[in-house]
Design a protein around this ligand. Structure first.
Ligand code: R5P
Length: 291
């Protein structure tokens, strides 16, 4: 049986369908002051269940998932698998400047403290996020699904917009049957601002596919699109698992010159928010395989 936070319910239904199991009943409410209340109304005693919830801001998505895990455990679930299709609050994953702390470690500890027995992530940032958990944790990847949605990219240049995306870009090139991979180098003068360092000559190509784990403000992808256009490439596609999409990212990425964007449904997208050349692939069946 699969339980979900309200935020991730559309994806939980797809996972349940693919896993041929039921969606369990859990009530989520607010107290008058906004505090969360969670109650399990399906019988979970002695059962192995999944608690699914992506955790982008607001932080209530984290509260909902933690409360759900603990509520399942305290109501007698034998085993709770925490499924985080998008692991939010994971970008502070190392200490760079004095005074910082590793928020990802706290997030991982909270999942364990809530009572989960096992964790499933999808394309977490950082890719080694599983190691932060004191529980068995597995990272699935949506990359094959994203690549399958990009027909005939064999001749395309596969582009990592920063070094963090290099391994994914190489893997994508293998999946697409593409031969050329380019890795850009990025730096951030300030949080949420992006500059690309000068790169070696970009090999001649008619098309390019930019691969990244998430699109937040779109700054990273836009910088890469601009660099590719300056090199004369006009057919530019973007494939990224998590559509965080702040600051009108999709509109700005298209305006920069990308003509197709493929993302996964790890974070709910508001209806009517997406233009035609944005495709959303589902990770429902992928997650079901790991349950
Ligand atoms: C960073 O290392 C990530 O892989 C993404 O490149 C980044 O978070 C995307 O953020 P934005 O869309 O705001 O540039």
């Amino acid at each position: 049986m699969i339980f979900s936070t309200p935020f991730s319910m559309p994806l939980a239904r797809k996972v349940a369908r693919a896993a041929q199991t039921a969606v369990g009943r859990a009530e989520f409410r607010n107290f008058a002051d906004g505090e969360r209340y969670v109650r399990i109304s399906s019988n979970v005693r002695g059962r192995s269940v999944a608690a699914l919830g992506s955790t982008p801001p607001p932080a209530e998505n984290w509260i909902d998932l933690l409360f759900l895990i603990r509520a399942l455990k305290e109501n007698g679930a034998r085993r709770v698998t925490a499924v985080l299709p998008y692991l939010g609050y994971a970008r502070q994953d190392h200490v760079e400047r004095r005074g910082e702390f590793v928020a990802l470690r706290l997030a991982a500890d909270l999942i364990a403290a809530a009572g989960a027995d096992r964790v499933i992530l999808v394309d977490p940032h950082p890719s080694g996020a599983s190691r932060f958990f004191r529980l068995p944790a597995t990272a699935a990847t949506a990359l094959p699904l994203l690549c399958a949605a990009l027909p005939s990219a064999r001749e395309a240049l596969v582009v990592a917009p920063d070094r963090g995306a290099a391994a994914r870009a190489r893997e994508a090139a293998g999946l697409l049957g593409a031969r050329q991979v380019v890795i850009f180098r990025k730096f951030r003068p300030r949080p949420n601002e992006v500059r690309l360092l000068p790169s070696a000559a970009i090999p001649g190509a008619k098309s390019a596919v930019i691969i990244d784990d998430m699109i937040d403000t779109g700054g990273t992808v836009i910088a890469a699109v601009k660099r590719l256009r300056a090199a004369g490439i006009r057919d530019i596609k973007v494939a990224s698992t998590h559509p965080v999409l702040s600051r009108n990212a999709i509109r700005r990425i298209r305006a920069a010159g990308a003509n197709q964007i493929v993302v996964a449904d790890t974070i709910g997208l508001r209806a009517g928010r997406l233009p035609k050349n944005v495709r959303v692939v589902t990770v429902g069946a992928l997650i079901a395989k790991f349950l």
